[in-house]
Design a protein around this ligand. Structure first.
Ligand SMILES: [Fe+2]
Length: 212
């Protein structure tokens, strides 16, 4: 029997990422959503502790271990994607007008407006999940993806540049369930393009895309 103490560091809630004074997304909506994000951080930390304990107790063949293992990626992505999402929100109300990211977007999509329409269409996919502008870290090409729940649709090794949460919890304080389109329109007015640009520069420099 080994130690029952987890060697993994516990994750903290990244308070500095909590957005304020957004355009058409209320503080009440962000508060409610933030509480869900905090729940994911707690779950990741708990799961890491439980998996180590089960492993040390030699119970990796059991149902409890199988259940915790199944939840692992869901909870991790739930934490990480919310950090990217909150981290790219800012009351901006400007389109992307300059820089390497725009150049790459133009190369991959033809124009900013074509990218934008494609991203919005991805975000309107008839499922709960995320729209993510991903950069291929090998080629630098940009593509828009829809991720069902938190896990199904992510591309291994690609780096997220812009992340939009389209689970209904992301907008149901402000809108009805049918209001996803209004919420997406509001999101597009609250993109921190400097942050997205910083993430893309990291990809170009061969670094891991920072999420905070
Ligand atoms: Fe969310």
């Amino acid at each position: 029997m080994g130690s029952t103490t987890s060697k993994l560091p516990a994750y903290d809630v990244r308070e500095e990422l909590k957005p304020e004074n957004l355009f058409d997304i209320s503080a009440e909506q962000i508060d409610d959503h933030w509480n869900l994000y905090k729940g994911y951080v707690k779950q990741v930390n708990t799961l890491n502790e439980e998996l180590v304990k089960l492993r040390d107790a030699g119970e990796v063949g059991g149902l409890v271990y199988a259940d915790r293992r199944r939840r692992y990626g869901f909870e991790y992505n739930g934490m990480v994607l919310h950090e990217y999402y909150f981290g790219n929100l800012k009351n901006n109300q400007n389109d992307l007008e300059t820089g390497d990211l725009l150049t790459a977007m133009t190369r991959s999509f033809g124009s900013y407006n074509t990218w934008k329409k494609d991203f919005e269409a991805a975000a309107k996919s008839r499922a709960i999940g995320w729209a993510i502008l991903y950069a291929d870290t090998t080629t630098g090409a940009l593509t828009n993806h829809f991720i069902a729940e938190h896990g199904n649709g992510n591309v291994a090794g690609f780096s997220p540049v812009l992340v939009l949460d389209v689970w209904e919890h992301a907008y149901m304080v402000d809108h009805l369930a049918s209001g996803r389109g209004d919420y997406i329109a509001a999101f597009m007015k609250n993109i921190d393009w400097d942050k997205a640009q910083e993430r893309y520069e990291a990809v170009k420099a061969g670094k891991i895309t920072p999420r905070f």
